[in-house]
Design a protein around this ligand. Structure first.
Ligand SMILES: Nc1ncnc2c1ncn2[C@@H]1O[C@H](COP(=O)(O)OP(=O)(O)OP(=O)(O)O)[C@@H](O)[C@H]1O
Length: 656
């Protein structure tokens, strides 16, 4: 075996037992630490293959704090705990452990968990190597591709996208004097659609003059090495760098990786990837990009060589919508172009080719099964079956034989031998829908099957090897289920290797229109009726509704309208949506994400209008003098009046 393990456990007896157990099975225990400080001391001299990590430790710091350090060092770790507190679980989950062993544990559980952790670690490394090779190849090809500079920069970003997804990519060149100019920004507005902005365009969108933008650029320091800013670090860097803050607020960006590419002794090109998720970027992704710096430098040098003035002089207002494949998604049957769906497509494309288990989470009717089907379709197993099991719909006494099969005579009524779903899905994919509904005793059996990769038919004697990829879904909050004792922590960790969280339809209003058109076209075809579009009135109603039943409810509503519609006119809503809360007031609501730069401006103006109105209401419409709105806002009264006129704020709005 010859693998080095570090045990971080403050209970002496457990730590000693673990040491004996591991050594008995050929592992080397390179140390036992009772606290994070002791563990860090050991890690200064030793690099273990894996760390067994208790969550509650002696001292102020917990195992979760150490996990963050281990992540940075790319050392695999497995939690060892009996803690089922929901917030602790959430925090532990966010550190992406390689496994979770629940105390008290059996020797076999520990050994299997370690095997799985090593396997996953090796697999991750192999995937990483393969991804790097593929990307290296794609970048090498780009060097000689005869395309324009913007297109080449964008294609460079697109090549990175499956490995390091982004919502906005900025490319800037550090001038010999030290100032950086953000010369090109590519804002992602669809799965494969981008809007390009130069410096002057950025000035137009943000309302900050070009001169002021240039001044902000001058204060933006270029990092020497690649850096990553997530969560609070991102907020902090935005406070220090006004240009970053401006980009972040304008495009709602929340995390970033910045990659300095040193083209020569004096010239550095800065490539920055931004995401709308606060913790989009992991340490591994930073390491991954760092390794690719030489290949990226070559591509950029080819751009600079082909078009020497590509950066310095091309900052004209230049709005372009660039699209590699005209707004299509990778999966035609999954409709959605909102930023959250684009992010789901990115995750799906990332995980589909591998053997990784995927846990799909989301409210009922958000499309979990559809995503599972798409993962199977995009995987190397697509020619083999996808078997779907609804764990919630099976009677408890039948579920075991349904999953694992049974031998003839195994129980009353078992007149023939029967193959279970695991065997049916052989070499394919098994989708365990509603996994949160599975009875506890079966969860234990399922975990063993997943770990040992073999099943036993009910009433059978010999184990049968299985080769199945597992996808699971639930609309339940599994952390809460665990905290309340209805779901096993270790099974959760086994399944939750790659979670995909589907947002409800009310959080992605941008998708309502394309989905409605898609369903209307589909049902018109099914009911043999002409499709002449959806009336504006109906679309407005659809976009205002909060959709408690999600996509399935929208689908039913459209079907009903198609059935009841018999005129050669656009589709109308035949039955009103039952009264309820509306979400959207105007053309672009706060719930919608900006799709174009114009949308960004509209949202900004709306926000400003709302803000000014709230102040004006507070001062009962008084603008001038002591306690007036101008004083509150620290503006000249004439400036405030002209802003009000520009935003169309009238007296009636203040007193309505
Ligand atoms: N993005 C999408 N594009 C087109 N149709 C979709 C999309 N998402 C879901 N649907 C449709 O909406 C309906 C509900 O989807 P699905 O059954 O996948 O949801 P679910 O989350 O698995 O629901 P449940 O939790 O109730 O099992 C289905 O008819 C599906 O075809």
């Amino acid at each position: 075996m010859d693998k080095k393990i570090l045990i971080v456990e403050d209970e002496f007896i457990i730590a000693k037992d673990l040491r004996l157990l591991l050594e008995r099975n050929g592992y080397t225990v390179c140390g036992i630490a009772k606290s994070v400080t002791e563990a860090m001391d050991i890690l200064r001299d030793q690099t273990p293959d894996l760390v067994l990590l208790d969550i509650q430790l002696k001292g102020n710091l917990t195992g979760i704090d150490l996990a963050h350090q281990l992540q940075e060092k790319a050392i695999a770790f497995v939690y060892l705990s009996s803690n089922t507190n929901q917030s602790v679980l959430e925090a532990a989950k966010s550190t992406h452990p390689y496994g979770f062993i629940v105390k008290p544990f059996r020797e076999k559980d520990v050994l299997i968990s370690l095997d799985i952790a090593h396997y996953r670690y090796e697999q991750n490394r192999a995937v990483d190597r393969r991804q790097r090779q593929l990307l290296q190849h794609a970048l090498d090809q780009l060097v000689t591709e005869p395309i324009g500079s913007d297109q080449k920069l964008l294609k460079t970003g697109q090549a990175l996208l499956p490995y390091v997804p982004f919502d906005c990519l900025t490319v800037g060149l550090e001038q010999p004097l030290g100032a950086v100019s953000v010369n090109r920004s590519f804002l992602r507005i669809g799965y494969d659609e981008y809007q390009t902005a130069g410096l002057s365009e950025l000035a137009a969108i943000t309302g900050v003059k070009e001169g002021a933008l240039t001044a902000m650029q001058a204060t933006t320091l270029v990092p020497e090495t690649p850096v990553r800013f997530v969560n609070d670090d991102f907020k902090r860097i935005c406070q220090q760098q006004p240009l970053r803050k401006l980009l972040a607020t304008t495009f709602r960006l929340q995390s970033n990786i910045t990659l300095p590419l040193h083209l020569s002794a004096e010239t550095t090109l800065v490539l920055a990837l931004y995401s709308r998720s606060p913790d989009a970027y992991k340490a591994e992704q930073l390491a991954f990009l760092s390794c690719l710096q030489p290949a990226l430098i070559e591509v950029i040098q080819s751009v600079v060589a082909e078009k020497n003035n590509a950066f310095g002089e091309q900052n004209r207002l230049d709005t372009q919508q660039m699209s590699a494949s005209a707004g299509t998604t990778p999966l035609k049957e999954i409709i959605g172009n909102s930023p959250s769906m684009v992010s789901i497509f990115d995750q799906l494309t990332q995980v589909a080719p591998y053997e990784t288990s995927v846990l799909i989470l989301g409210e009922s009717g958000t499309g979990k099964e559809r995503i599972a089907r798409a993962i199977h379709q995009q995987s190397p197993r697509h020619a083999k079956p996808l078997v779907v099991v609804n764990c919630g719909a099976l009677p408890a006494n039948l579920i075991e034989s349904e999953l694992f099969g049974h031998e003839k005579g195994a129980f009353t009524g078992a007149v023939n031998r029967r193959i279970g779903k695991f065997e049916m899905a052989s070499e394919g994919t098994l989708f365990l829908d509603e996994i949160g509904e599975m009875p506890l005793d079966l969860q234990v059996k399922l975990l063993r099957v997943l770990q040992e990769k073999q099943i036993e038919r009910v009433g059978g004697k010999d184990p049968i090897k299985i080769d199945v990829r597992i996808l699971a879904a639930t609309n339940r909050n599994l952390e809460k289920e665990i905290a309340e004792g209805r779901f096993r922590l270790d099974l959760y960790y086994r399944l939750n290797v790659f979670p995909i969280v589907l947002p409800p339809l009310r959080e992605r209003c941008d998708d309502i229109k394309p989905l409605a058109n898609h369903f209307a076209r589909q049902f018109c075809q099914q009911y043999n009726k002409p499709f002449l579009g959806i009336s504006d009135a109906m679309m407005t109603e659809l976009e205002r509704w909060i959709w408690p039943g999600n996509i399935r409810e929208l689908e039913n509503c459209i079907e009903q309208s198609v059935i009841l519609h018999n005129a050669l006119t656009p589709l109308e809503l035949k039955r009103p949506l039952v009264s309820g809360p509306f979400v959207n007031g105007g053309a672009i609501s706060a719930h919608q994400s900006p799709k174009t730069l114009l949308d960004v401006k509209t949202i900004q103006e709306q926000t400003e209008k709302d803000y000014l109105l709230s102040i004006l209401k507070g001062t009962r419409g008084r603008i001038r003098g002591h306690g007036g709105a101008a004083e509150v806002l620290n503006l000249k009264p004439t400036t405030l009046e002209s802003r009000m006129a520009k935003l169309g704020i009238k007296k009636e709005d203040i007193f309505d």
